[in-house]
Design a protein around this ligand. Sequence first.
Ligand SMILES: *Cc1c(COP(=O)(O)O)cnc(C)c1O
Length: 375
Amino acid sequence: MSSGDGGIEMENRQGGRIEKLIRSDLSRLKAYQSIIPPDVLSERAGIPLERVIKLDGNENPYGCSPRVGRALAGYPFYHIYPDPEQHELRKALSEYVGVDAAHIVAGAGSDELIDLILRLFIEPGDRVINCVPTFGMYPFCTEICGGKVIDVPRDQSYALDIAGIKKVMDEKTKVIFIASPNNPTGNITTQRDILELVELGKVVVIDEAYYEFSGVTVAPLVPQYENLIVLRSFSKWAGLAGLRVGYGVFSTLIAEQLLKIKQPYNINLAAHVALQESLADIEYLRDTVKKIISERERLFTRLGELEFLEPLPSQSNFILCTVKKGDARVMYERLCRRGIFLRYFDNPLLRNSIRISVGKPEHTDTLIEALKEMC
Ligand SMILES: *Cc1c(COP(=O)(O)O)cnc(C)c1O
């Protein structure tokens, strides 16, 4: 006990000194609020892992293509470093997206590309426009790069406030982030709004992590606009969240710069194999996407039948609901205790709300039953 305490004291003393060496802006930074892993959820609720209904991460309830596991098990070259220039991957992605491979760079999740884009453009004090409420990764990565986040709230239907964005733009503004469909509101931004922003000449990043659920994209426009970037992911539609594969579509100039500054081996070979195998089994994946979309519509209808909830139409694989009667937090906690996990929001922009990822039909049924019993 005493020797242990001594150890901690020593660490603390050194910690004080080392803290002065840490970048002061980073040492003050709040940690990113990521989702809680299923085993922790299961332990907290005291419910066996296989009975946990995880509807908090917008993950694919059907998992990845069954061919992925087989291909991973049989792959013979894990002892060789992956290709830093991602030739094969970029070629496969180029066929999927329909733009030349010179426009494509893959990342360890689209999260890595958000970080790389900001590293490329942001110097300390530069500004990044964030159309809130939206995905938390944009402000997080901006702050790590020493940039300043300028929040421009969306309007009542969560469309962009284009006039508001124009008003806050200045010389120091470099990048505008727009998730379309937006997380957590589920709505898309129109091509007209996107092009109006592109005309302003800043870097416009359209995050299409949920593209396969909306079918709406501006990726084919990227070769015409050097400041337009489209980010995509295999985490949601292809069920590869745990393997971390995403990609971006960029003007060739930006793509070259990103290839230059990224970690050479950023895509590990397991992710590489999984991505190629997913594209080779695209019919299977398109089928699960269809199932999720039709379940989204059924979930939307069922939620709308509950008089204390108001679900928002979604073009994604999740539904945001305003809790009209009762406390969203209490609802969230009660569901946790029953092993059903959602996201919960209560802030000035998202009052008393829950976000529900679309699961399998049986998950919808269990959730709706639990909600009905609650009121
Ligand atoms: C989930 C999500 C991502 C993250 O994708 P990864 O490829 O897993 O890093 C990016 N953007 C939005 C809006 C998301 O919701």
